[in-house]
Structures are given as structure tokens and as C-alpha cells.
Design a protein around this ligand. Structure first.
Ligand SMILES: Cc1ncc(COP(=O)(O)O)c(C=O)c1O
Length: 369
């Protein structure tokens, strides 16, 4: 059996470090807003080339609070990618704004920046680029578009911890960058968690209040806020894991290179582009084939777990039927949703496991010639 993700193997490698940090928190009993949270926030801000970090309860909350702090609300439009995880769009809905969906670029699988400009109206307040699968959006180009129209950028970096665009970490390009620490992410907690990074002091101070009942100090509630704090325990775990993140990301890229070398010229498989500039941290390794469903079943029957990210685009979800979009407005997203397949990808994946995946895929296509 080759699992899609393998958190148990990773835990064994860092068990001692993790246990000792958890024990400290248990002994201190500082479960909410403890010193380990501050320590992690400082380290993660630094890691992301940002001044500040605010730990929150999830990536979804990070996006929601980022929109909230900018005063985004009913009547405002927020542009994002049609192929993202639903949480990006839920955050837009939570503040009462209107999601405006954009098709994707067929090479990067990210929002098509040439279409973005055409979707901007007088009501557009924010663009949320999603660094999907761990691959950075062209942030230089996007920033130019946004500044031309005076629109803010909130990066959805929930799948791209540590990815670099032109020398600067993702999350630090926009007004704010949002991260998820869902366990399977490149930097994952042992439960839910998230963070916002920013270099704007005013936004930082307001976000710290927003995540903690709108409170600047105990029993003072200056604004209507949320209960959305990153637990001290999770922060302590993340602080340990952050020390390993660069190595883990490097290993992911090496694994992607291995897959790409072994899988080239097989059947109709389209492989992801390998970027050597750090702009892709391979949270997911996604291939495309017209025979996706048959290949998925074949791999499953032979003990290889795969995923599809994501099989139903936002505009076809029940929750968004009222937006009134039709699939033919998003030809690339629509076609790719039927062809994409995510193969097992994690730093601990070894060569023997990848070779098994590769030979099964070869066998699958041999049977079809
Ligand atoms: C692109 C993207 N946006 C937002 C989220 C939401 O993060 P969370 O699950 O931590 O709420 C996720 C992850 O699940 C994601 O992959």
C-alpha cells in the first residue's frame, strides 16, 4: 500500500522534538495565546519575508479575517481562481461579498492573469491569487494589474508554504498572505490551524484583536471579533516543524523531478512543469490524462492512493449554483477537472515507492496500446 500522504512516518522522524515541546505546554498550561504562539509567529513572519504573523484557527479563517480587516462586504467583488479549494470562495461569501471566478492558465494551473484584468469592475476590491498545488502565481505581473486599478491582493498561500517568487516568499507579495496548517500541508499542525502574514502594522494590530473577540486587552472589546486563535499546542508543534520545512520542500522537488524523469513520454500523460527557482514547492504532484478515471481505479486496485484536486469546480458546486456561471465560461478549468490526478507526494516518499507508482502507470498504458 502506498498512501497518498504519510504523516506517521514523518512523526517518527521528529517524535522526540515534538514530544518535548508538547510536554512543556502541558506543564505550563498556557493553552491559549501562550508564549509558544508568539515564538512561532515571529519565526513564521521571518520565514515568509514579512514583518508580522497572526496565528488563527484555520486557513479558511485566515482568508475570512483578511477580507474582514479590509472592510470587504456586501456589494464588493472579489476575484479568484475557478479551480481553487472551496474554502477560498467561502471566505468571500462569509463577509457577504460576491465571488468573481476566473479560468486558469493551462501551464501553471493558476489564475489566468490576462483574464483577470477583463473581470475588473468598479466594485472589485480584492484579488485572491491562489498558489495552487504549491506553485506561485506570477506575483510581479499581478501586482502591476492590481496597482493600476487600486485593488488589494490577499494571497491564498494555503498550499504553498515556502514557495518563492522572484526572490521573495509567497505571502509577502500581497497586502496579506494566508496560510493553512491543515495536517497534510507542507507545514502541517496536528489539527486545524492557520496564519496571516503582513508587513502592515495597522492591519496586524487590528487582526490581533479580530482573532481574539475584538479585544485589545482583557474585557475590552473595541470591535466585533471572532474566537479564532491558533492553539499554543499547535504553535509549539509548528515551531518544531518549521525548522524542517526547507529540507522537506527540497525533498518534494526532488521527488517531482524523479517522477518527471521516469514518467516522460508515457501514454498521453501531461506532467507538471519543474521549476528550479523555488517557485513550486509541490504540495501536490498533479498529472493529466484523458484516461484519468481508469488510471485512478487501476492505481487504487493496486494499492496506490491518489487524489483529485478538485473534481468539481466552484461554479458547479451546489453552494454556488446561484452565481449563475456555466461551465463553458471556464474551458480550461472544466477540461482539467476531468483529467487531473494527484499522485502520492510527500518528503518521506522513497524511491522504491515512487518506482512502484511509475511501473504501475507504465503497465496501465501498456495494456492500452
Ligand atoms: C487553496 C486553499 N485555500 C484554503 C484552504 C483552507 O484551509 P483550512 O483547511 O485550514 O481551513 C485550503 C486548505 O484546506 C486550501 O488548500
Amino acid at each position: 500500500m502506498i498512501p497518498f500522504v504519510d504523516l506517521k512516518t514523518q512523526y517518527k522522524l521528529i517524535e522526540e522534538e515534538i514530544r518535548s515541546e508538547i510536554e512543556k505546554v502541558l506543564q505550563q498550561g498556557n493553552f491559549i495565546l501562550g508564549e509558544q504562539l508568539t515564538e512561532f509567529e515571529e519565526a513564521f513572519a521571518d520565514f515568509c519575508d514579512s514583518q508580522y504573523c497572526i496565528g488563527v484557527a484555520s486557513g479558511t479563517d485566515a482568508l475570512c479575517l483578511a477580507l474582514h480587516v479590509l472592510g470587504i462586504g456586501p456589494g464588493d467583488e472579489v476575484i479568484t481562481a475557478a479551480n481553487t479549494f472551496v474554502a477560498t470562495v467561502f471566505a468571500i461569501s462569509y463577509v457577504g461579498a460576491i465571488p468573481v471566478l476566473v479560468d486558469i492558465d493551462p501551464t501553471t494551473y493558476n489564475i489566468d492573469l490576462d483574464i483577470v484584468e477583463k473581470k475588473i469592475t468598479s466594485r472589485t476590491k480584492v484579488i485572491i491569487p491562489v498558489h495552487l498545488y504549491g506553485r506561485s502565481v506570477d506575483m510581479g505581473k499581478l501586482l502591476k494589474i492590481a496597482s493600476k486599478y487600486g485593488i488589494s491582493i490577499i494571497e491564498d498561500a494555503c498550499q504553498a508554504h515556502g514557495a518563492i517568487w522572484e526572490g521573495k516568499k509567497v505571502g509577502s507579495w500581497g497586502t496579506m498572505g494566508c496560510f493553512s496548517f491543515y495536517p497534510a500541508k507542507n507545514l502541517g499542525a496536528y489539527g486545524d490551524g492557520g496564519a496571516i502574514v503582513t508587513s502592515d502594522k495597522h492591519l496586524y494590530e487590528k487582526l490581533r484583536m479580530l482573532r481574539n473577540y475584538g479585544s485589545p486587552k482583557k474585557y475590552h472589546h473595541d470591535i466585533v471579533g471572532y474566537n479564532s486563535r491558533l492553539d499554543t499546542l499547535q504553535a509549539a508543534i509548528l515551531r518544531v516543524k518549521l525548522r524542517h520545512l526547507d529540507d522537506w520542500n527540497k525533498k518534494r522537488v526532488e521527488n517531482a523531478i524523479f517522477y518527471n524523469e521516469k514518467l516522460k513520454d508515457i501514454g498521453d500523460l501531461v506532467l507538471p512543469e519543474i521549476r528550479k527557482d523555488g517557485s513550486h514547492v509541490f504540495h501536490l504532484y498533479v498529472v493529466r490524462t484523458k484516461e484519468r478515471d481508469a488510471l485512478l481505479s487501476y492505481l487504487k486496485e493496486n494499492g496506490v492512493q491518489c487524489g483529485i484536486h478538485y473534481p468539481i469546480p466552484i461554479y458547479s458546486l451546489g453552494a454556488y449554483s446561484t452565481l449563475g456561471y456555466t461551465p463553458n465560461e471556464f474551458p480550461i478549468t472544466e477540461a482539467f477537472s476531468k483529467q487531473i490526478l494527484s499522485l502520492p507526494m510527500y518528503p518521506e516518499l522513497n524511491e522504491a515507492q515512487m518506482s512502484t507508482v511509475v511501473s504501475l502507470i507504465k503497465k496501465f498504458y501498456q495494456g492500452r496500446e
